[in-house]
Design a protein around this ligand. Structure first.
Ligand SMILES: Cc1cc2nc3c(=O)[nH]c(=O)nc-3n(C[C@H](O)[C@H](O)[C@H](O)COP(=O)(O)O)c2cc1C
Length: 206
């Protein structure tokens, strides 16, 4: 297990990969093996999607390709640039907004890009890596810098690498890196016959 491990304190047993996935802002200064990168995008490829439309696209670069790496970084908000610039690999996910088979709008395009990203995240954890996704991006900047065509939209930034030492981060970020991980209880979002009322299926019986 990595020294930067932050296993989730779950209320029910879950797969180890899910327990150990988390979103670091500190990354080791160590490249990611190309075969591992291929496995990450292979995992994304095998996500489920509405009509098997596979609306996900990714723009990705390692530090070995500074021209592309820097354009991806420029597509992130300043706050995210501050820490993501230390990740050895960065990426942007881009959704195809319309189905290829009939050109109709795909209401689940972002949903399915998220599923591909979740697959990627879990595969990363399995390989000893972690990813950190970012809503804080500049979609118009990404469109301009990468000539993203109409009908496609940048969804999220992604930093990928081996989790590093929290001490490498400045004050507040360092604190957030090691703070206890928190989630709402399952009973607050899984309902039964009435909206807002916890399903008896998820209420613990003592
Ligand atoms: C779609 C998405 C957007 C996010 N945007 C940002 C972001 O812009 N900046 C950031 O530092 N973290 C961002 N995060 C990371 C979340 O804050 C993080 O996933 C959440 O706090 C839960 O922590 P965990 O992933 O370690 O379990 C984002 C995560 C997701 C999935």
């Amino acid at each position: 297990m990595s020294p930067a491990a932050r296993p989730a304190p779950t209320d029910a047993p879950v797969h180890e990969v899910i327990r150990h996935r988390w979103s670091p802002r500190a990354f080791e200064d160590r490249p990611v093996e190309p075969e591992k990168l291929r496995s990450l995008f292979e995992a994304a490829r095998w996500a489920a999607s509405s009509y098997n439309g596979q609306p996900w696209n990714f723009i990705v670069a390692t530090k070995d390709d500074p021209a592309t790496y820097n354009r991806i970084l420029e597509s992130f908000h300043e706050f995210n640039q501050g820490w993501a610039k230390n990740a050895p690999v960065i990426a942007l996910s881009v959704a195809a907004l319309n189905f290829q088979h009939d050109g109709q709008p795909n209401r689940h395009a972002f949903h399915d890009v998220g599923q591909a990203a979740a697959n990627l995240a879990n595969e990363a954890t399995h390989l000893g890596l972690q990813i950190h996704q970012m809503a804080g991006i500049l979609p118009d900047k990404a469109r301009e810098l990468f000539h993203i065509p109409d009908g496609y939209e940048a969804v999220a930034g992604i930093a990928i690498g081996y989790p590093g030492e929290a001490n490498s981060l400045p004050g507040q970020l360092r604190e957030r890196e090691v703070a206890p991980r928190q989630r709402k209880p399952v009973s607050s979002f899984v309902f039964g016959g009435e909206w807002g009322k916890p399903s008896p299926l998820v209420v613990a019986k003592n």
